[in-house]
Design a protein around this ligand. Sequence first.
Ligand SMILES: [Zn+2]
Length: 188
Amino acid sequence: MKLDGTDINILKALMDNGRLSFRQIAEQVKVSVPTVSSKISNMENLGLIRGYQVILDTEGLGELSVVLLIRARPSDLEDLAERMKLDDRVRSLYMLSSARMMLMCTFIDPMQVNDYVRGLANYPEIIDYHISNITKVVKEEQRPLVEEGIVILPSCARCGKRITEHGVKVRREGKNRFYCNDECAGEV
Ligand SMILES: [Zn+2]
């Protein structure tokens, strides 16, 4: 499914301020309130809009962030990432080429960083790692590039997996839901 110009403008308005009402967005984007409402609910159902967050000034909290580059055997990476992401201190986790992954972690104080690094010994799959403190945040954005015509791969309403092949669309409770296959669509 493709985003049109109105979708993009609505997204941009929401990315700027997630607390805008449908009416405010409608005024800004110059479409009707029902259009805003149905387009937003559609993008929510597709899993494109995953939620609305409070953005804290973490710098102001005096917290400490580090970047961690981890190398492991390719066959261990997926499982390792699944376990490591469960830690609240891991803010983001990216799989990289060359059997590596990158984590950004945030801690209250340097003691916690030491604890965390010591805890890495509990992951025998880690071959080696590099850690660097983030000394200054110059720019921090979610991937903000929304443009007309980009194609959304919906995520399955049942299992959450990205639907890359032919998905199944089911209309439930007046909303379109997307599933990877009949099996996922069957279970409610
Ligand atoms: Zn599924």
